[in-house]
Design a protein around this ligand. Structure first.
Ligand SMILES: Cc1cc2nc3c(=O)[nH]c(=O)nc-3n(C[C@H](O)[C@H](O)[C@H](O)COP(=O)(O)O)c2cc1C
Length: 233
């Protein structure tokens, strides 16, 4: 390998651990972030705040620095209504995939805040960005979508720190939403996020609060040195 060109070292900056207060803030955002469906306030988010959330998303890692994301901001109630209808149809289909008590329990869940949250952000992945050969993506094309998910999580955590709730909606046929927003063929929808101020959040995942599913014990998910047999979870 060639030696690093001179002049690069001026870009190396100190990178020690954060102060205790800063560390606590980071862990607090991670631990108290929630998926929000119903607690949204109707007041609009200031443009500067939305910009900070988008800057956080845009700071995410990406394969080959591909940055395959776009952020489509949807504020118009009419568009959100059309997207809600697409959700509703898909949700009825999803409901029928469960049987008996589980179906009744599913029906009681609220799984979106599309009409209630004042802002929706559709985050997409342009699979062609950076050309046909992208560094690091050569053996796993899905890494472009993984990158976009990193952007979603950055935005979600920044939102928590700002007192803003985020709810991820994935229950829809992708083509239905692509048609509503005019998204081209080669671009994938990764996330539909409902975004708005919140005054309250659940202290654990809403699906756990409502008895749908519990958090798994971390110790059962950590293996040493290789895969280990594990019970069905
Ligand atoms: C890829 C992805 C898709 C999701 N889709 C939905 C959805 O369509 N509707 C919904 O209510 N929640 C959705 N969620 C939120 C999860 O249900 C939620 O993250 C999980 O129950 C844990 O709760 P928490 O995020 O509050 O910790 C989604 C989350 C992810 C990561």
């Amino acid at each position: 390998m060639a030696d690093a060109p001179s002049g690069l070292s001026e870009h190396l900056v100190a990178a020690g651990a954060f102060s205790e207060g800063e560390r606590n803030a980071v862990y607090r955002a991670i631990e108290t972030r929630r998926d929000v469906r119903d607690q949204f306030r109707p007041d609009p988010l200031p443009d500067a705040l939305v910009r900070r959330l988008l800057e956080a998303a845009h700071a995410a890692p990406s394969v080959g620095f591909m940055q395959p994301w776009n952020f489509i901001l949807i504020r118009q109630a009419e568009t959100r209504e059309r997207v809600w209808r697409a959700f509703h149809q898909a949700n009825e289909e999803a409901c029928r995939m469960f049987e008996g008590d589980r179906r009744a329990q599913y029906q009681r869940l609220k799984l979106e805040g599309i009409r209630k949250a004042p802002l929706s952000i559709c985050i997409t992945c342009d699979t062609t960005r950076g050309g046909p050969v992208v560094l690091g993506r050569t053996h796993n094309p899905a890494t472009d979508v993984y990158s976009t998910v990193c952007a979603v999580q950055n935005l979600w955590l920044a939102a928590r720190a700002e007192g803003v709730g985020v709810g991820w909606v994935s229950i829809f046929h992708e083509d239905a939403i692509k048609a509503i927003l005019g998204i081209p063929e080669h671009v994938k929808i990764v996330a539909w996020l409902c975004v708005g101020y919140v005054d309250e959040l659940y202290d654990m995942p809403e699906l756990a609060v409502k008895g749908w599913r519990e958090r798994l014990p971390l110790d059962k998910l950590v293996f040493e040195e290789g895969w280990q047999d594990c019970e069905e979870m």
